[in-house]
Design a protein around this ligand. Sequence first.
Ligand code: HPA
Length: 276
Amino acid sequence: MERTLSGIERLAGIIHSKWAEQLQFGIILGSGLGGVAESVQNGFSIPYNELPGWPLSTVIGHAGRLIIGQLENKNVLVMQGRIHFYEGYSMQVVTMPIRVMQRLGIKDLIVTNAAGGVNPSFVPGDVMMITDHLNLMGMAGQNPLSGPNLEEFGPRFPDMSQAYDRDLMKITRSVSKIKGINLREGVYAGLSGPSFETPADLRFLRAVGVDAVGMSTVPEVTVARHGSMRVLGFSGISNKANLNGSTKTTHEEVLEAGRLIAPKIEAIIHGVLSVI
Ligand code: HPA
């Protein structure tokens, strides 16, 4: 499966034929956070396997469907479940849904993930607003913008100095305060996975200023910024990264913490959408 402009346009056309109004926000729900989609109103869902060429997620906790409808009277396209590079898809395929959003004229992206807390003050259940990211996958040669540049979406060398939108972050801070949510902030590192980090990996990440680590988000945000979308990102801290090797990390604890995190992220998303 490869990303092509005609494939992207075809998918955008299918979605547009089912929901003619302008969609405003794209929302990506990460591991264990799929419940946020349940508050979408007046909408409908499309399983990914009914969208020709849409990459299918293979991971437990990722339902794999689009939900289109309204949240706080804003027209939203929600991805309940995403695919990851470690599933064997190319970076271009992993980020193809972002291109479809851009083709649909969606200008704002809210992206969520489950992440390990590298900052020692973070505890499972915390929500961290991503203020910046460390593109370790890109540094290792895996950037979704490699190859011929899609000029119709953005420039060859896109700026990444403000990958996460400052205005949206400001709104998020005030919304969290009003709702009594202890919002954490920090730098997210995107690794390719699927193996969790060794204690040495984690000590390295902490030493270079990382607060949370995960296996997603960075490719999508890179493509979103290439297409000039405004991005707001959240990591749900599902486990404490284990810098000294004393405990194990499991996918089950990631899903379990999602049950604590989802209501907070849902409240923040509702609050942000209601004031924009
Ligand atoms: N490391 C990487 N990805 C993750 C983690 C982690 O500890 N927790 C949830 N996703």
